[in-house]
Write a protein that binds this ligand. Structure first.
Ligand code: HEM
Ligand code: HEM
Length: 130
């Protein structure tokens, strides 16, 4: 059960991040792009956080040892960098050095997506689907 929830939540979170980031990259002419970007990315981050809890419960339940491979490290990296991206995302409007915050948010956000997708591929390899 924890395992299925882990996979479903992560599939939803990865798709959500792709949609949220696409709005910032390709749909800025739409006046609602920022609201969409914020809402979808915050929800995706919440899904990722819950998905990681499910993974920990699954590994604990099956008697395994935690953080034993590249998938696990890619997953935790994605989680940490998404969290920092999110914080910088809110902070960038009020910061004194707006340009630096904006650039960091953009690049860390792209890195977060890349590490989520890496975790997904490594996860699918763990269950021999890729
Ligand atoms: C559909 C894609 C995914 C599949 C099939 C998958 C599969 C798995 C499997 C089989 C495990 C357990 C490994 C073991 O027994 O040690 C696991 C653990 C884990 N997964 Fe995923 N996963 C996916 C996506 C993700 C994503 C996107 C993240 C993070 C952003 C993530 C984060 C983790 C973490 C942190 C653990 C380790 C938990 C621990 O060691 O206590 N996974 N995943
Ligand atoms: C996990 C959460 C988030 C991720 C991964 C993320 C990722 C990104 C990425 C990759 C871009 C650059 C898109 C491009 O190439 O043009 C971007 C732009 C932007 N994001 Fe986010 N974002 C997140 C959350 C937020 C939040 C919560 C806010 C606001 C409260 C926000 C505000 C913005 C703004 C204003 C831009 C445009 C910045 C600029 O052009 O300089 N983001 N985001």
């Amino acid at each position: 059960m924890f395992f299925i929830l882990h996979i479903l939540l992560m599939a939803a979170a990865a798709s959500g991040l792709m949609a949220g980031i696409s709005a910032a990259m390709f749909f800025r002419r739409n006046k609602n792009w920022l609201n969409f970007h914020k809402t979808v990315n915050v929800l995706s981050f919440a899904g990722m956080a819950t998905g990681i809890i499910m993974a920990f419960l699954y590994v604990a339940d099956s008697g395994g040892r935690h953080i034993q491979g590249f998938h696990h490290i890619a997953g935790l990296t994605a989680f940490a960098s998404s969290f920092i991206t999110l914080m910088i995302g809110y902070r960038q409007f009020k910061a004194e050095n707006k340009q630096a915050f904006r650039a960091t948010h953009r690049w860390l956000g792209r890195f977060s997506l890349l590490s989520v997708l890496t975790a997904v591929i490594l996860g699918l390899m763990l269950i021999n689907l890729f």
